[in-house]
Design a protein around this ligand. Structure first.
Ligand code: NAD
Length: 330
C-alpha cells in the first residue's frame, strides 16, 4: 500500500521505516506541507500521512479524494488542521495518534516554567561570557505558588501531577474534570477564577472554535499582574498581539511558548540565514522574559517511537479491512 507522507524530516522517516519494516507499506516521502497546491503529489497513494501544520481544508481533501486517497492519518494528537466536516462528506476517515507520550509534552512544559522562572537562557549566556553577576536573575519558589491548568486530558493531567510534586496549589479548568486528580488535591474552578487566582497558567486544551484566542485582551485583564503564561498546546489559543501589549506593560511577567499561531511558515525549518518577515514573532523575541521553542515539546525518542507504531497500526487497519482506531469526528 502506497502512503504519501508530508512534512517529513529525516527523524520521521527513520522511526516510520523502522516501525513499518516487514509490512506492505510503501512510503512516498515529501518534505513539503500538504495543502491544496501540493495535494497532487499524493497521486497513486491510498492514504496520506500528515503533521501539525499541514492544511487539510475542503479543497485539499477534495483533491485527495479525486486522486483515490481513502484515509488521512495524522502523526499527531491535534487535528485542528483538518476540515472534519469536509472529510466526512467525502467519506474519508481521519485517524490520529491520540496519546503518544503525554510525559514528553508535560516535561517540556515544566522545562519552560523553570527556564523562565530561573532565567536559565540568560544565565547560560552570561556564564559563557565570563559574566557571573546575578543581577536580573531573581526567581521565585514554585513551592506554595498557585498554578492553573486549562485542559486536564492526557497532557494537562501529567502537568498537574508534576506541579503537585513541586508543592504548587493546582487549580484546573476542564468541562470533564478528572476524579483521580481531584483526589490528589487539584481543585476544579470556573475559568475566570483560574485566570484571576493563578501565578502560573498553562494551556493544554485543544484548539477549537470555542477555545480560539482563549487568552485575549479581556481574559488578560483578569490575570494576576506578573503572571507566567505557558502555551505548549496550539498557537491559536492565544491572541499574540494582546499578549505583546501585556508584556510591554508588565502585566504578563513571563511567557513560555512552544507553539505560535503563525508557526506554519517558520517552525521545523532552518531560517537562520534569511530575514524573518513576521514582525509579531520577532517582537516576541526581543523580550528578556519570553522563552520560545519551536514546537519541540513532543520531540522525544519515546514519543517518535509511539507515533510511528500507532501510525503504522492505523494504516494496516485500512490495508486489512479492519475497523479503524482513533478516528476523529467533527
Ligand atoms: P486530550 O484530548 O487528552 O485533552 C484535552 C483536554 O482539554 C480534555 O480533557 C478536554 O475536555 C479539555 N478541553 C476541551 N475544551 C476545553 C476548554 N474550553 N477549556 C478547558 N479544557 C477543555 O489532549 P492532550 O493529548 O492532552 O493534548 C492537548 C493538546 O496539546 C492537543 O490538543 C494538542 O493541540 C497539544 N499538543 C501539543 C504538542 C506539542 O508538541 N507542543 C504535542 C501534543 C499535543
Amino acid at each position: 500500500m502506497r502512503v504519501a507522507a508530508f512534512s517529513t524530516k529525516a527523524y520521521d522517516r527513520e522511526f516510520l521505516l523502522r516501525a513499518s519494516a516487514g509490512t506492505p507499506i510503501e512510503w512516498c516521502w515529501f518534505e513539503v506541507q500538504l495543502e491544496a497546491d501540493t495535494a497532487r503529489l499524493a497521486e497513486g497513494a491510498v492514504a496520506v500521512n500528515c503533521f501539525v501544520n499541514d492544511r487539510l481544508d475542503a479543497r485539499t481533501l477534495a483533491i485527495l479524494s479525486g486522486l483515490g486517497v481513502r484515509l488521512v492519518t495524522l502523526r499527531c494528537a491535534g487535528f485542528n488542521g483538518v476540515d472534519l466536516v469536509a472529510a466526512a462528506r467525502l467519506h474519508m476517515p481521519v485517524v490520529r495518534v491520540p496519546e503518544y507520550s503525554p510525559h514528553a509534552v508535560a516535561e517540556h512544559t515544566l522545562g519552560l516554567i523553570l527556564a523562565l522562572n530561573r532565567r536559565l537562557p540568560r544565565a547560560f549566556n552570561r556564564v559563557r561570557d565570563g559574566n557571573f553577576s546575578l543581577e536580573g536573575l531573581l526567581g521565585f519558589d514554585l513551592f506554595g505558588r498557585t498554578a492553573g491548568v486549562i485542559g486536564t486530558g492526557h497532557i494537562g493531567r501529567c502537568v498537574a501531577e508534576i506541579l503537585l510534586g513541586f508543592g504548587c496549589h493546582v487549580l484546573a479548568h476542564d468541562p470533564h474534570p478528572d476524579a483521580p486528580l481531584m483526589g490528589r488535591g487539584v481543585r476544579y474552578v470556573a475559568i475566570d477564577d483560574l485566570l484571576s487566582s493563578s501565578d502560573i497558567i498553562t494551556l493544554h486544551c485543544p484548539l477549537t472554535p470555542a477555545t480560539h484566542h482563549l487568552i485575549n485582551q479581556a481574559s488578560i485583564a483578569r490575570l494576576r499582574p506578573g503572571v507566567m503564561l505557558i502555551n505548549t498546546s496550539r498557537g491559536g489559543l492565544i491572541d499574540t498581539s494582546a499578549v505583546i501589549t501585556a508584556l510591554k506593560t508588565g502585566h504578563i511577567g513571563h511567557l513560555g511558548l512552544d507553539v505560535y499561531e503563525e508557526e506554519g511558515s517558520l517552525f521545523f525549518d532552518d531560517h537562520s540565514g534569511t530575514i524573518i518577515n513576521d514582525d509579531v514573532f520577532t517582537r516576541l523575541l526581543t523580550f528578556p522574559n519570553v522563552v520560545i521553542t519551536a514546537h519541540q515539546a513532543f520531540f522525544t525518542a519515546n514519543a517518535l517511537e509511539a507515533i510511528a507504531s500507532q501510525t503504522v497500526r492505523n494504516l494496516l487497519h485500512l490495508e486489512r479491512g479492519e475497523p479503524l482506531e482513533a478516528v476523529v469526528t467533527a
